[in-house]
Design a protein around this ligand. Structure first.
Ligand code: 1CP
Length: 373
């Protein structure tokens, strides 16, 4: 059975819409902030839950996914302006029929990765995301209720290229040499794989918006391993299908759903900033990694998209005074209470000190209110 569509009226009223206003290009009274990987292993309360349950059991149990999604929101009450549903980008390869395990300390592991194009036959055709990924939709609906309107809720997916990379490498990799070998050896079959992943990713984002997600982020975490030409051939064509197709499907259900803001994070793809921010593609927010200069990036994208980012995650290892100083520099460079969302340039590390994240969040709050007064 199809998962039911949920509209704003089905949920508690939103009390903090700063991020939604930034996505629409409206002025805000202070700079909003959320953090990639804000739920996770750096939090003792997460490790406690994790000691009791397997990683994918947490993802597949809506009450547990909701619980860990809310952990950073509760701990940093009033300091975070968005939540992101607890899940993983690798639930999409699972929905396509591949087994994925989460090994302690090692991370994701595919016992049987795709070795050559004959293995495309192992992937499910016509994936029914309402059945395969219903647990994510249930987690989103429950979490949106439990958030009680405190902050908006992000849904997310991995970008087709990044998912292809994991499906072939079978886990994390330094060079992605197997996945990149496919691009040269089997370009047409690579594109078939990318297209099949894209089709599932589109349905999955539509389902997350229907379930109650209020923003959607696409993570192309491995974009930076591609040359500009490879990116233009094997990543961009798929990333750029997503907003139009997702919004068209949502419009059929309800026009208000189709307005959902969409974010793209193509880590390391500094050359792609202009192409990703083209209005025809339809991303409202571009998330920058920490290697990008805010001032130069703003010049390159113009004034019609919002930027998100981009402190080096390693800043959180520095003393709190250094964190505060660097935050002031970052906000100065992004220089505006329009079209900017503070974040790190990539996710939290497992060995980050939660109190240093608090210092980062407080600094954003303090600096952005000082500049307002
Ligand atoms: O608050 C949150 O953001 C938590 C939800 C979340 C998200 C958005 C998790 C939980 N994973 C992700 C996205 C994700 N997963 C990405 C894109 C963002 C990024 O680049 O960081 C990627 C690349 C993955 C794949 C993945 N899953 C990795 C990286 C491995 C590598 O190649 O270096 C790892 C370590 C995981 C496992 C994972 N996912 C999430 C958590 C908390 C964990 C730790 C697993 C554990 O508890 O054992």
């Amino acid at each position: 059975t199809p998962y039911p569509a949920h509209l704003d009226a089905d949920f508690p009223p939103l009390k903090n819409d700063l991020i939604l206003r930034v996505a629409r290009g409206e002025d805000v009274e202070r700079i909003p902030v959320w953090i990639m990987r804000q739920a996770g292993r750096y939090l003792p309360e997460f490790r406690e839950e994790r000691s009791k349950h397997d990683f994918f059991t947490i993802c597949r149990t809506p009450e547990l996914a909701c619980l860990v999604t809310l952990q950073p929101i509760d701990r940093y009450e009033g300091l975070l302006d968005a939540s992101i549903i607890f899940s993983d980008i690798l639930v999409v390869p699972q929905a396509l029929g591949l087994e994925v395990q989460m090994l302690p300390a090692k991370g994701p592991h595919f016992p049987e990765p795709l070795v050559d194009p004959s293995h495309l036959a192992r992937l499910k055709k016509d994936v029914n995301v309402d059945a395969e990924l219903r647990y994510v939709f249930e987690a989103i609906t429950l979490t949106r209720q439990k958030l009680d309107g405190r902050v908006p809720l992000f849904g997310f997916v991995g970008a087709p290229w990044t998912l292809m990379a994991y499906m072939i490498e079978g886990g994390g990799s330094k060079t992605l040499s197997k996945a990149k070998a496919w691009l040269g050896q089997w370009p047409e079959e690579s594109k078939e794989l990318l297209q099949r992943v894209t089709d599932v990713v589109v349905d999955f984002l539509v389902g997350q918006a229907k379930a109650g997600a209020q923003l959607l982020q696409v993570f192309d975490s491995w974009a930076g391993e591609l040359s500009p030409a490879q990116f233009n051939e094997f990543s961009l064509p798929y990333i750029q299908q997503i907003p139009t197709r997702v919004r068209a499907a949502l419009r059929e259900i309800d026009p208000t759903l189709a307005k959902i803001p969409m974010v793209v994070f193509a880590r390391g793809a500094h050359y792609a900033l202009e192409s990703l921010s083209t209005p025809e593609i339809g991303y409202d927010i571009i998330s920058l990694d920490w290697t990008m200069d805010p001032v130069a990036s703003r010049k390159r994208v113009g004034d019609n998209v919002s930027l998100q980012g981009n402190a080096d995650p390693s800043l959180l290892y520095a003393p709190k005074e250094t964190i505060k100083k660097e935050v002031a520099v970052m906000l100065e460079k992004f220089g505006t209470k329009r079209r900017y969302i503070a974040n790190l340039g990539h996710g939290m590390h497992p060995d980050h000190d939660p109190e240093h994240l608090r210092a980062f969040l407080e600094a954003i709050r303090d600096v952005s209110s000082e500049r307002n007064s």
